[in-house]
Write a protein that binds this ligand. Structure first.
Ligand SMILES: [Zn+2]
Length: 312
């Protein structure tokens, strides 16, 4: 997520502090062998790719280089990787070429800042399924955002073809409504995006959060008949880099570094890159959410980048 830094946003962030800070009380994940949902001796094939990742092209909102993201994915045996920087495709060429060299499939998209009825910035992730989606996203990020900032959602309605949409983290409107206990409105919103993008083209993101929040997202997605997607909302490589992210967040939001839970509050749930094993332990109760990441990776193919990949 991105914070504008103005007073209203800061107050909003302050209001959410109690909810967000509770992530610090999350118990450490149990060892996989203690997973009560896993039969004794049962091994589960790991099958997850990380799609919601921010690179340093999400200015002051990520301390991951593109190469570092690719390296984490390759080291973990992932077959694909996504890049969804804030309102930007600036890293796309470097990302596609890096993925080609590493032998993994690139999933190109962006996290859009949308106009919210309440006057607060809203966020929605879109992925390019094909060339038409890429063209539409380029148009949305150039001419349209030049005229409209933030982007009104009706612009997305005009240019939704070829795009797959994800609900985003706890700072996306879908997640925010659920965090505020407004499940009926969240379900209506999910159905609205389904009509805009198509029934198969909108996913509700499960993000790293206390289990009660994850349950709430899964329940609402079920009620709206929206498929789930396991997601990490990655802003830094691993927990050793959390402090770097906190420094960036302080600069971006003009907030004192010593303010508690800064990074957690600003992240809207998310943070470090998740391995397949970590994702399985967190979201394994919803195996379809892990499978969705592979399904999306299979669907996304941009012919426009083929020459780049061939010469990488
Ligand atoms: Zn994000």
């Amino acid at each position: 997520m991105r914070a504008s830094g103005n007073m209203r946003d800061r107050q909003d962030a302050q209001d959410r502090r109690d909810a967000a800070s509770s992530i610090s009380s999350l118990p450490p994940l149990p060892p996989a062998e203690l997973d009560p949902f896993r039969a004794p001796g049962e091994s589960r094939d790991l099958a997850y790719v990380s799609i919601h990742n921010h690179s340093c092209y999400s200015i002051l909102d990520s301390c991951c280089s593109i190469d570092a993201l690719i390296e984490r994915a390759v080291d973990d045996g992932m077959t694909a990787l996504g890049l969804v920087d804030h309102d930007s495709l600036s890293g796309a060429v470097q990302f596609v070429q890096g993925c080609a060299r590493a032998g993994i499939r690139p999933i190109v998209g962006a996290e859009l800042t949308l106009e919210d009825k309440a006057g607060r910035p809203d966020q929605l992730v879109v992925l390019c399924e094909n060339n038409e989606g890429y063209r539409n996203l380029c148009r949305l990020l150039t001419r349209e955002t030049h005229e409209f900032r933030p982007l009104p959602s009706w612009k997305l309605v005009e240019r939704s073809a070829g795009l797959i949409a994800l609900s985003g983290c706890g700072e996306g409107r879908f997640g925010r409504l659920l965090l505020e206990g407004r499940s009926a409105e969240a379900i209506d919103l999910a159905r609205y995006w389904q009509t805009v993008f198509g029934r198969e083209n909108f996913y509700a993101e499960l993000f790293p959060a206390p289990s009660a929040i994850i349950d709430r997202v899964a329940l609402a997605a079920g009620d709206a008949s929206v498929p789930l997607l396991a997601s990490a909302n990655v802003h830094f490589e691993n927990d050793d880099h959390r402090h770097r992210y906190e420094v960036l967040s302080s600069i971006r939001t003009l907030t004192l570094l010593r303010e508690p839970n800064l990074a957690k509050r600003e992240l809207g749930w998310g943070g470090a890159f998740q391995t397949q094993q970590e994702a399985d332990r967190l979201f394994g109760h919803w195996p379809e959410s892990l499978a969705s990441s592979l399904h999306i990776a299979d669907r996304c193919h941009l012919e426009v980048f083929e020459p780049l990949m061939a010469t990488a």
